[in-house]
Ligand binder design. Sequence first.
Ligand code: SAM
Length: 295
Amino acid sequence: VLYQTPDVSKPRYVRVNTLKFDVESAQRELEERYSVQRDDMVPDLLILPAGSDLHNHRLVMNGSIFLQGKASSMVAAALDPEPGWEVLDACSAPGNKTVHLAALMRGKGKIIACELNKERVKRLNDTVQLSDIEVLHGDFLSLSSSDPSYSKVRAILLDPSCSGSGTASVRLDHLLPSHATGQSSNGVDEERLNKLAAFQRKALEHALSFPAVERIVYSTCSIHQTENEDVVKSVLPLAASYGFHLEAPFPQWSRRGFPVFEGCENLLRTDPVEDKEGFFIALFVRKVTFSKELS
Ligand code: SAM
């Protein structure tokens, strides 16, 4: 039986909040105490030596940098929204990826952050305070994609509720994917996974229906094929009917989706042990012919 122990052998990543501070200044200040490199994949992500303790660092305390791992930073970066776009963060609390989107957009454009759970909306409001983000307390599934309020949404980040199995510090002996073992994973509540997957599929189908959207990221912090490759596979015919195809986020990253359908090399996985967090990312892209108001 394997246990995940806190890993002090892996580098510490920090993301610079470019809405507040510039990367060069953050790097210079951190270099007073640490050796600092820039990540070559995720913009504004800095790499510090393993074990660097930054919890009380001035830049953390004043919100200039976030202690955010590389895997979770890859999600908003995969969506890669352009400054000036309208973007919908469909399931957004506590808002870590929402503020990352705002930074990637250099504070230009519009971000709507939707969240169903009332308590979590409070945390979302705390996270996004001072940034120009519109918080919407409601059910993403009941936002009408034909409502003119969403007719200019160009990108959707869909990071729905999931089992969280990629980030829990728990036993890891259930990690083998079902396609590899030919049987259901040990100790996994299949009924719960199926319920989550049914919601995830519905939410992804809904995201695909927004008329002006050209990029959708579907992400989970789950290691389970049921919530990842299986959900993506189930929406492929609908996605194709709307003109979407899968594209590979970070093609240079070697861990890709489990080989369970043609095209799953476009999917991205991170490993809960090797990469510290087990994330899954799928990127749907299409070309939209824009009317004058959108361009
Ligand atoms: N993206 C967030 C971040 O990085 O900070 C984490 C999102 S968390 C995995 C999923 C969130 O979706 C939860 O806060 C949950 O309450 C919310 N949620 C679940 N069902 C929803 C729905 N139908 N509409 C909107 N939000 C929903």
